[in-house]
Design a protein around this ligand. Structure first.
Ligand SMILES: Cc1cc2nc3c(=O)[nH]c(=O)nc-3n(C[C@H](O)[C@H](O)[C@H](O)COP(=O)(O)OP(=O)(O)OC[C@H]3O[C@@H](n4cnc5c(N)ncnc54)[C@H](O)[C@@H]3O)c2cc1C
Ligand SMILES: Cc1cc2nc3c(=O)[nH]c(=O)nc-3n(C[C@H](O)[C@H](O)[C@H](O)COP(=O)(O)O)c2cc1C
Length: 541
């Protein structure tokens, strides 16, 4: 992907190099980010600049839309075939929607092997590497320490997790670990049982190349050739804990015997969101699907059990439609040379209640947080990935001053930065940390005191009753000191943490303080340039 994009950007490409290309783009963006769908827009512009023909309007999917991407996707898709038929006139078969009642064959073939797996049989070592993984071979780790670092009575459960790295896989400050999570075992055991399967049944799952050609799917999973155990397939390989897609419920409807239930599923899958009948407005189809599946975060097993479709639903469709479980990324919060046999994480447990008061917990964070480090035998498959933030090279024991802004778990990467920089006592380091309260969620408070060259600036948002204090306020409070470091000593700025408004507010604060103390400078331009040349870096999620 990166290579293709770099190639497209080459300045020596002739302006008409893509004049044979007809294209359209649908972006998967999120309008809460500063650069909404920037990649889709840039790609469109670049292809046009190279002479390609935009045959159908660009779609800008928005994760914030009430119907997520589908809000924009449905209208974008509506006229796609007509537009495509126009440009392909005489060149291709007539394209159109697949008829509603046509069931396409699955892309996988599943064969039940005639023997069951032995007790220790596992194919987790064959989990394919996710995009961006440095180590192509998965490393099978485990939790060796699990400590709660928020007060017991605090609403947020945050953990300091230590993973085994006895193979001494090397990582740099700012790097990321990707973890293949295990789906909730209780829900999975019940699902396997209701599916009428044995947990140790061995399956051979192959891609049906004939079908694949027709469907043109990019996310095909290569399963182990010697066979995979049902339990492992359901627990680690398949993304069963997310809500099923609309296409999933549509396919499901073909296998429900009860007519009413099948109709309901078809309705969920329909593109209609609101219908009016004699001036009365009915919400239906898409809205109901969103209310029932997405907003309530109903998992695939929950939906299938609600609609009493389990053993009738061919496994091949389940595998295709659920897809691969996504590895979760975490900033590594340790410095490799300090703890070569370990990888540390600073992990907030995802825990929330839906509108209809259903208690939900994040797949990966709840699984790791529930492990008793003394006893656990759970395998934690991991890969390493390069992070986006990098410390500038050190010369004569020093580099530019480092200003790190890491509210909440955003501090994770900076713990690794600080441990690394501890070997350079002349190095200037500033950490701006933010959380709710000094007594409940001040992560690693005692550790920071061990570093004499670390200047700590804290923002506790619930400290004062009348006004919430966030990291951006503290940056303004320390404007004299920080702006001097940035302008006179070219301090490098790093921002990390959960996205929402934080990165924007922090950037605004830096622009403001630079402008205040250096009125002759164009602070906005300065920060934009710093973003480009690496003086201002961020890792947000
Ligand atoms: C580069 C990068 C670095 C990261 N580093 C860290 C880190 O250092 N520490 C850390 O803790 N996390 C980090 N994360 C986040 C982490 O990868 C996971 O996304 C997070 O732990 C949740 O995963 P999960 O499997 O527990 O939850 P999932 O099962 O994936 O559930 C998360 C989903 O639940 C839903 N949800 C969550 N809260 C609510 C709510 N209140 N209401 C309704 N729905 C909700 C949302 O749809 C959300 O997408 C990082 C992410 C990235 C991309
Ligand atoms: C690290 C990170 C950076 C992102 N940056 C942008 C961005 O600049 N513009 C944008 O429109 N969406 C951005 N997104 C949002 C994604 O495109 C996507 O809408 C969102 O992550 C939800 O999809 P998911 O559930 O597959 O993660 C970003 C997401 C992540 C995790």
């Amino acid at each position: 992907m990166i290579n293709s994009w770099k190639f497209l950007l080459r300045s020596d490409l002739p302006k008409n190099s893509l004049q044979q290309l007809n294209f359209s783009v649908f972006g998967l963006g999120d309008s809460s980010y500063e650069k909404f769908n920037a990649m889709a827009k840039k790609l469109t512009q670049r292809l046009i600049d190279l002479g390609a023909n935009l045959f159908h309007k660009v779609g800008l999917g928005d994760y914030q839309h009430d119907f997520n991407y589908e809000g924009e996707f449905d209208p974008w898709l509506n006229n796609l075939w007509q537009s495509m038929n126009k440009v392909l006139v005489g060149k291709f078969i007539n394209l159109g929607d697949i008829p509603e009642d046509k069931l396409l064959p699955p892309i996988y073939k599943v064969e039940f092997m005639d023997h069951v797996a032995e007790e220790n049989y596992s194919t987790l070592n064959q989990l394919p590497p996710p995009n961006g993984a440095i180590n192509k071979q998965v490393y099978l780790s485990k939790v060796i320490k699990n400590t709660r670092i928020t007060a017991e009575d605090h609403f947020q459960d945050t953990r300091h997790i230590v993973l085994d790295n006895s193979q001494q896989n090397k990582y740099d400050p700012g790097d990321i670990v990707m973890i293949q999570p295990k789906n909730n075992p209780k829900q999975i055991q019940e699902f396997i049982e209701r599916y009428g399967l044995k947990p140790n049944q061995l399956l051979k799952i192959k891609v049906d190349l004939e079908q694949l050609g027709q469907i043109c799917s990019t996310s095909v999973i290569q399963f182990p050739e010697e066979g995979i155990k049902v339990e492992e397939l359901f627990e680690y390989w398949l993304n069963l804990m997310d809500p099923p897609s609309r296409y999933f419920v549509k396919i499901l409807s073909f296998f429900v015997e009860d007519k009413q239930r099948a109709e309901k599923l078809k309705e969920f899958a329909s593109k209609t969101s609101v219908i009016t009948f004699f001036f009365i407005c009915f919400q239906e189809g898409k809205s109901e699907y969103h209310r029932y599946c997405i907003r309530e975060r109903r998992t695939i097993p929950e939906v299938m059990l609600d609609f009493l479709v389990t053993d009738q639903f061919p496994l091949a469709y389940l595998i295709q439609l659920a897809g691969r479980q996504r590895p979760r990324e975490f900033s590594i919060s340790s410095y490799h040379q300090k703890v070569p046999n370990e990888i540390h994480l600073t992990m907030a447990v995802t825990d929330y209640t839906t509108k209809f008061k259903r208690h939900k917990r994040g797949v990966c964070s709840s699984w790791l947080s529930e492990q008793d480090a003394e006893k656990t035998k759970e395998t934690v498959p991991i890969w390493l990935e390069k992070g986006t933030m990098k410390i500038p090279p050190i010369k004569d024991g020093k580099t530019y001053p480092i200003i790190m802004v890491g509210p909440g778990t955003g501090v994770a990467a900076f713990r690794s930065f600080i441990q690394y920089l501890a070997q350079y006592p002349d190095q200037e380091i500033v950490l701006v940390f933010g959380s709710r309260s000094e007594t409940k969620d001040y992560y690693y408070e005692d550790e920071w005191k061990q570093y004499p060259n670390l200047k700590l600036i804290t923002a506790f948002s619930r400290f004062q009753d009348d006004q919430k204090v966030y990291v951006q306020h503290k940056i303004r409070d320390e404007s004299d000191y920080l702006s001097k470091l940035i302008i006179e000593k070219q301090a490098h700025i790093y921002v990390s943490g959960r996205a929402k408004n934080m990165p924007k507010s922090v950037e605004k604060a830096f622009i403001e303080i630079i402008q205040k103390h250096y009125p002759d400078l164009n602070a906005l331009e300065y920060v934009m340039k710093a973003r480009k040349n690496g003086q201002y870096q961020q890792e947000v999620w």
